[in-house]
Design a protein around this ligand. Structure first.
Ligand code: HEC
Length: 114
């Protein structure tokens, strides 16, 4: 085996192993761990985004949140961060429903504008 072939095979192999590992991790994550991952950017109640330009999820319509997450999952909606989240966390349809219900039931910040 020549050097070039070795490195090609080696790097492709590593990428594949990484893919398998991230999939295995995602499948082992509990719903609570997934929710905590969202909280890192959107806040536990979806009302305190870490960066002002990140959207507030609290009090948004549940079906809007479901359709947004499904759109990220199917790549109908493209955003590097959210497409990666849905994939890395391995969000299932049932995770998407639970997360959307969680955030939609939190207090909306509509009153703040007054
Ligand atoms: C690394 C930061 C980060 C993490 C972690 C993250 N998000 Fe996001 N989220 C964003 C950003 C940035 C956007 C804006 C994307 C866009 O403009 O499409 C966004 C957009 C969204 C939207 C669309 C909101 C709207 O008003 O259209 C939903 C729903 C959402 N995130 C839910 C979640 C859920 C549920 C999780 C956890 C599984 C999560 N996010 C994890 C950064 C993050």
């Amino acid at each position: 085996m020549n050097k070039r072939y070795f490195w090609k095979t080696f790097s492709l192999g590593s990428v594949f192993m990484f893919y398998l590992c991230t999939n295995a991790l995602a499948n082992d994550m509990t719903y609570e761990q997934k929710l905590n991952a969202c909280a890192a950017c959107h806040g536990v109640n979806g009302d305190k985004p870490v960066v002002p330009s990140y959207p507030i999820l609290a009090g948004q319509y549940e079906d809007y949140l479901v359709s947004s997450l499904q759109a990220y999952k199917s790549k109908r909606r493209i955003h590097p961060i959210m497409n990666a989240q849905v994939k890395l966390l391995g969000l299932t349809d049932s995770d998407i429903k639970r997360l959307s219900r969680h955030f939609s039931q939190k207090k909306s910040l509509k009153g703040l504008a007054k």
